[in-house]
Ligand binder design. Structure first.
Ligand SMILES: Nc1ncnc2c1ncn2[C@@H]1O[C@H](COP(=O)(O)OP(=O)(O)O)[C@@H](O)[C@H]1O
Ligand SMILES: [Mg+2]
Length: 569
């Protein structure tokens, strides 16, 4: 780093730059004391760092509520703390609502670095001849945040690019502060302020630090851009990275034209603007949800920083994704489980949902599994009772948030990929709900869940598996399918499933009768299929499948006939 860049950098970090660890710890402790959090600090630790001072005890109780003071503390302590505060605010279910709302107000308001500093990093990363690699580079940044700054540029062949450059020295400052934050968690009762145990806060903070440290390697972002770009998702676009211009601290990607979703949200009351930018709010809302589902559940890899500034509405109507600092991954089993869970939720089948729930929330010694189960079941039933089964974006967000609250309350440790996915659903759901009131998560996405499910099943159909698992597996699937169909049938009888049809109220009865006919047809086919394939097998050891299968076929045929009769005008 040159002296010039270092001097400029020093000017631009509002807090903490240039300090050693002890001085920075003292600064952090004094800030805690000033904001009335001195009481939370473990005295022995405090004295170790500040031998000449007495622990601060505010004479009067602080005027501002804890949440506001905590936000002020993060602001006062500079970019690394702002980053932690922002990520904390996304921890739905773990942090109390008032703290989350207050921390969400933290803005990444770092001053832009002067252009010569950016040029210095480009020279250090791409070599002294770096200028020949660009035809132009706009000195005015598009965006400036705590880790990096983005400039628009042009390659010699005329391609427009976005050039993201990391702040020199940022990683060292973050690393030093993260060490101190780990100590803070260990030696203060900040966890009590946030109504959690020290272990819980420690787990959350460690996850945040892990994510943030990974953001310092821009090569990972380039990889992520490539992985997302290779996905075949019609409504989605990821920028192509230029590998020969990407290093740990420089990322050059194709420029995606169009307003960010942030800008779209800021213009919701401005119909001419929306018209000029061809914004179809309902379509956009559905696309936001669908893109996330397909990335995560079909491909198992997804952009996990759901900030609306990271989504760009492109002129061709597709959604462009930028910023792959935080990505999530789901393995094959987790993807199957999420798809199954969504489908079982639609079928009200709590018994089927339960084993999946506990697979991704690991019980700890403090967990009372029975109490957790009872509360979860009650939560699920409450959402169904309140008629939110079909889920607008927001009610889905509330539902998931309450689920995460239960995991937290009962001290279950939620798997990272799973929690990252769910937190994304909450934020994307809220954004989508702002765009459209017509959003109906279940109805809009049922076909996608079914399609993904079908792909998963198909990939299972190897000959070897078919032979080894044979009759048993078929019997199990059949039993599950029959149960699912029985629930569908019951819900159709209760008149609820009209939600899944596009018919108006007038044709509700016809819709229901059609649905019943469809379900009976499916049952008939299933029964017939099972009777043929399992005819040789014995049920309960002695009864032949045929003696059960044939009456089942007859019963389904009769059910179908009755519903068809009801369909007659
Ligand atoms: N490839 C791109 N095309 C168009 N705009 C981009 C591109 N990459 C980044 N931007 C703009 O720059 C902003 C900041 O970039 P981002 O990668 O999100 O940085 P940060 O990690 O600091 O949030 C984005 O919100 C977007 O507006
Ligand atoms: Mg961003």
């Amino acid at each position: 780093m040159t002296t010039a860049t270092h001097a400029a950098d020093t000017l631009l970090w509002s807090a903490g730059d240039g300090k050693g660890r002890a001085a920075r710890t003292a600064e952090i402790l004094l800030t805690l004391a000033r904001l009335g959090f001195g009481e939370l600090v473990d005295r022995a630790w405090w004295l170790r760092w500040l031998p000449d001072l007495h622990p601060p005890t505010p004479e009067e109780p602080p005027a501002e509520p804890g949440a506001v003071r905590l936000r002020q503390m993060f602001e006062a302590l500079g970019p690394s703390f702002v980053k932690i505060g922002q990520l904390l605010s996304s921890h739905a279910g773990a942090l109390p609502q008032d703290y989350r709302q207050e921390l969400a107000r933290l803005l990444d308001s770092t001053l832009p670095l002067p252009f010569p500093v950016i040029e210095g990093v480009l020279a250090a990363e791409l070599g002294e001849t770096w200028r020949t690699r660009f035809a132009a580079l706009d000195p005015q940044p598009l965006a400036s945040a705590s880790i990096g700054q983005v400039h628009a540029g042009t390659l010699p062949d005329g391609t427009r690019v976005a050039v993201k450059v990391q702040r020199p020295g940022a990683q060292a400052i973050f690393d030093r502060d993260f060490d101190i934050v780990r100590d803070l968690v260990r030696h203060t009762r900040l966890h009590a302020l946030l109504h959690m145990t020290r272990d819980q806060l420690d787990a959350i903070v460690s996850e945040i630090i892990g994510f943030t440290q990974a953001e310092f390697d821009y090569c990972r972002e380039a990889d992520a851009a490539r992985r997302l770009g290779a996905m075949d998702i019609p409504g989605m676009r990821a920028p192509h990275p230029y590998d020969d211009l990407c290093t740990r601290r420089v990322l050059v990607t194709e420029f995606l034209e169009g307003p960010t979703l942030n800008e779209v949200l800021a213009h919701l009351d401005d119909p001419p603007w929306l018209h000029d930018h061809a914004v179809d709010r309902d379509h956009l809302a559905r696309q936001i949800m669908r893109n996330q589902i397909v990335q995560a559940l079909r491909y198992g890899f997804f952009q996990a920083d759901p900030h609306p500034a990271n989504l760009i509405l492109m002129p061709d109507g597709r959604l462009g994704y930028v910023d792959f600092g935080i990505v999530g991954e789901l393995d094959d089993q987790a993807r199957r489980d999420i798809v199954d869970m969504a489908l079982f939720e639609m079928l009200d089948d709590f018994e089927a949902v339960w084993p999946i729930l506990v697979r991704y929330g690991m019980p700890t010694p403090q967990t009372d599994v029975r109490a957790f189960r009872a509360e979860f079941k009650e939560l699920s039933a409450r959402y169904k009772r309140e008629g939110t089964r079909s889920f607008s974006g927001r009610s889905l967000g509330f539902y998931i948030e309450e689920q995460l609250m239960l995991y937290h309350k009962h001290h279950l440790k939620v798997a990272t990929g799973w929690a990252t996915y769910l937190r994304g659903v909450i934020v994307y759901g809220n954004t989508a709900a702002m765009l459209s009131e017509k959003l109906n998560f279940m109805r809009d996405n049922l076909p996608i869940f079914q399609e993904i499910k079908a792909r998963q099943e198909l990939s299972d159909l190897t000959l070897e598996r078919a032979w080894t698992e044979g009759v048993l597996r078929q019997g199990y699937d059949l039993q599950r399918s029959l149960r699912a169909l029985a629930v569908l049938l019951r819900r159709a009888e209760e008149g609820e499933l009209t939600l899944l049809t596009d018919e108006g109220p007038r044709s509700e009865q016809v819709g229901n009768a059609r649905l019943r006919a469809a379900v009976w047809t499916a049952l008939l086919l299933l029964a017939a299929w099972a009777t043929v394939t399992l005819r040789g097998a014995l049920l309960f050891g002695s009864v032949s499948w045929l003696t059960v299968g044939l009456p089942a076929v007859a019963a389904c045929a009769w059910g179908l006939a009755v519903s068809l009769r009801r369909l007659r005008p």
